[in-house]
Write a protein that binds this ligand. Structure first.
Ligand SMILES: *[C@@H]1O[C@H](CO)[C@@H](O)[C@H](O)[C@H]1NC(C)=O
Length: 394
């Protein structure tokens, strides 16, 4: 009996072993063998696309390998679904053309569409945005501009250790995706570069962003309609416009934002900290179940802000009242220094007042220990622990 058991054990284990082995067997496609030249001048777009087609049609899981060096890449779409998992391992830098007209008007530089089970490891993206920003600043006719890296309708995505610098517009966009992990990412653009949001999430469920440093000219993270179950942890933001839910109510028919968490994060010299922002006009959208916890503010202009009165040039907001209902937002252990006197500003909709707002242990001062202020309009909630500046919730 014992002998039989041992035999069966062995059979079982060898099968297990073979199974693991087949699984581990993957193919690697080096972009150099498809003709890419790491000189920063030769157009590497077609070699990258050829490597993609090979990897995407591989029955075995495939790795696309980009060795160190600089690769000039024009606007490119990596389309799925693929036959198996794909890893894109980047040791080099992908560079956008310095002539910003070369990216055309599609709005994208590097675009992944309908790709499932993709992991991007390492690498630097240089969006070469300076020329484009200068064009916009001069008020000339400029092309639409491009987001550096975008995932549309992609599921089970990992972006690990990527650096993105000087995107023309948003750096990393996650749109209509499920189950996305972004970790150890660095994003860098000048303080005054317009619309260069670090990470934009929209119409997506189950996105995690952790261990990420974002210095940029617009929102560090911007959260659009249809975002659910977003988890953000260990984010360093600033310079930049903070972590923003919104702008919402851009359109009348909008999906809501729900279950968003930001914990253990630091804001440094940013224009905002924790911001929720909506246009002052009607909408089907909403914001609910938002949790901010353990957040340090270092010289932040508006550490805590809800602004539902957004309406640049007073256009398109006939009643100057937002249809976005904001409900169940918890601010817990938010501390540090505000660079403006009003450290806590809640400017909620008169027609849909904010409700279920919880403040727990808030300690914000203005500059060197001057008393900060709070402003409340159309908001209800409750408090616990120390609340500085003084609570103004009803
Ligand atoms: C909220 O989101 C987290 C991930 O951020 C998830 O683990 C949790 O199950 C979600 N809660 C609900 C009620 O969906």
């Amino acid at each position: 009996m014992a002998k039989l058991l041992i035999t069966w054990c062995c059979v079982f284990f060898s099968f297990g072993f073979i199974f693991l082995n087949t699984n581990a067997a993957s193919v690697t496609y080096n972009v150099l063998s498809f003709g890419a030249k790491p000189d920063g001048n030769s157009d590497a777009t077609q070699p990258f696309l050829k490597a993609w087609v090979a990897a995407c049609s591989s029955v075995k899981s495939a790795t696309i390998y980009v060795p160190s060096g600089r690769y000039l890449i024009k606007a490119v779409t990596f389309r799925g679904p693929c036959k198996n998992k794909i890893i894109v391992k980047i040791d080099g830098t992908l560079v956008a053309p310095s002539d910003y007209y070369a990216l055309g008007n599609s709005g994208y530089w590097i675009l992944f569409i309908k790709v499932n089970w993709i992991t991007v490891v390492g690498g630097t993206l240089d969006g070469n945005g300076a020329g484009f920003w200068a064009c916009r600043k001069s008020g000339k006719n400029c092309p639409a501009g491009a987001r550096s890296i975008t995932f549309n309708w992609a599921n089970d995505v990992v972006v690990n250790g990527l650096t993105s610098i000087n995107s023309q517009l948003m750096h990393l966009v996650i749109n209509s995706c499920e189950n996305v992990m972004v970790k150890n990412v660095r994003i860098i653009a000048p303080d005054l570069s317009p619309n260069t949001d670090g990470i934009h999430v929209q119409s997506s469920t189950g996105v995690t962003i952790t261990g990420t440093s974002i210095k940029t000219g617009d929102d560090c993270v911007s959260i659009g309609p249809g975002t659910r179950n977003l988890w953000m942890e260990k984010i360093q933001c600033g310079p930049g416009h903070g972590v923003s839910i919104g702008s919402l109510a851009r359109d009348y028919n909008e999906d809501g934002v729900q279950n968003v968490t930001l914990i253990n994060s630091v804001f440094t010299g940013s224009d905002n900290g924790l911001r929720i922002k909506s246009w002052a006009r009607d909408s089907t959208g909403f914001v609910t179940n938002i949790n901010y916890q353990n957040i340090m503010m270092k010289n932040v202009d508006n550490p805590i802000i809800i602004d539902q009165n957004y309406c640049p040039n007073n256009q398109g907001c006939p009643r100057q009242s937002s249809g976005i209902k904001i409900n169940q937002v918890t601010y817990q252990n938010i501390f540090g220094i505000s660079a403006t006197q009003v450290a806590m500003r809640f400017d909620c909709s008169p027609s849909k007042p904010c409700s279920g707002i919880k403040l727990r242990d808030i300690k914000l001062t203005y500059l060197n220990n001057i008393k900060a202020q709070s402003i409340c309009n159309n908001i209800r909630g409750n408090t616990g622990g120390v609340i500085l500046p003084a609570n103004c919730l009803l």
